[in-house]
Design a protein around this ligand. Structure first.
Ligand SMILES: NC(=O)c1ccc[n+]([C@@H]2O[C@H](COP(=O)([O-])OP(=O)(O)OC[C@H]3O[C@@H](n4cnc5c(N)ncnc54)[C@H](OP(=O)(O)O)[C@@H]3O)[C@@H](O)[C@H]2O)c1
Length: 267
């Protein structure tokens, strides 16, 4: 595409993953990509020496027709960006449309929430567009986040905030489960390397087994429960001791934290 794209914070974890995937898929063009960071990093972009690096966000804004904001939420307050007439795509958690509009002066804004699996092209990225976003903007956003995995435009900012606490969290929740299993195996006296292999097989193997179009976790639970064997006993005890409720409480807390964060930045 010919329009210049700028990524503020493009040397960071998520920004550089999006840049790498977008460049790899041809959605971004190295010679019309400007990336900013205060201290240049982002080895991921080394294969594309034509990418322009700058520490001057005003220069990035001047040169770009589309600006992706990928600094940490607490760093956003220090940016002074006039992005009027630009498409702004924010991947920052908990920075609302209202705050983005007030601080950038853009009225074509997309809020998107990829996750850490963007770096392996397996993110799920829900996104929400402000009313002035046009079809061409939508096509760009869809192509960009397709290059990072799957994506959907959602109906409301509230849904995006909820999903920030669900899919935006990437591997964190499965990692919590893996860690709890590892701790338990250690306490049962299982050798460290054996425990690691066993838990990795459960978490990573299960992920691959469930990764198909039929994606049916409830069906898998039912099928194992029907055996009335070892796994069924484990499942029953986990359910009885409140695992589903704990997961629900965690997701509600994450959604509430996003809303609280958004209010704090709105103020
Ligand atoms: N990582 C994830 O899995 C994930 C998932 C969903 C959403 N997000 C969102 O993505 C955003 C970035 O997260 P991250 O994990 O990629 O953080 P990160 O690795 O710390 O990246 C932030 C980048 O912003 C740069 N930066 C900070 N201030 C800057 C400024 N004034 N001008 C230019 N660059 C600046 C930093 O580089 P310098 O310090 O060198 O300037 C850094 O490279 C966050 O808002 C987060 O909510 C992240």
């Amino acid at each position: 595409m010919s329009v210049t794209v700028g990524i503020v914070g493009g040397g960071g974890w998520l920004g550089s993953a999006i840049a790498e995937k977008g460049l790899g898929a041809g959605v971004l063009n190295a010679s019309s990509l400007v990336v900013s960071s205060r201290s240049r990093r982002g080895d991921r972009l080394a294969p594309w020496p034509e990418v322009t690096w700058t520490s001057d966000n005003a220069e990035l804004a001047r040169r770009s027709g589309i600006v992706i904001l990928s600094v940490r939420p607490e760093q956003f307050g220090q940016l002074e960006l006039d992005l009027q007439d630009r498409l702004v795509v924010s991947v920052m958690a908990g920075i609302s449309m209202a705050t983005l509009h007030r601080t950038t002066r853009s009225d074509r804004i997309v809020r998107a929430m990829p996750n850490a699996a963007a770096e392996i092209g397996r993110s799920y990225t829900p996104w929400f567009a402000s009313p002035r976003v046009v079809e061409a903007d939508r096509l760009f956003v869809a192509a960009l986040f397709s290059s990072c995995g799957e994506h959907d435009e959602v109906e409301s900012e509230q849904q995006l905030d909820y999903l920030s606490g669900l899919s935006g969290t990437g591997p964190a929740y499965p990692a919590l489960l893996a860690n709890a299993m590892l701790d338990h195996a250690r306490r049962a006296g299982i050798a460290e390397q054996v425990a690691i292999k066993a838990v990795r097989a459960v978490i990573c193997g299960a992920t691959l087994l469930m990764d198909n179009d039929a994606f049916d976790p409830a069906g898998i639970v039912e099928a194992f429960a029907a055996y009335r064997g070892v796994t069924a006993a484990g499942l029953a005890a986990m359910i009885e001791s409140g695992l589903p409720e704990s997961v629900g409480a965690g997701l509600s807390a994450a959604a509430a934290a996003t809303a609280t964060m958004a209010k704090a930045y709105d103020a």
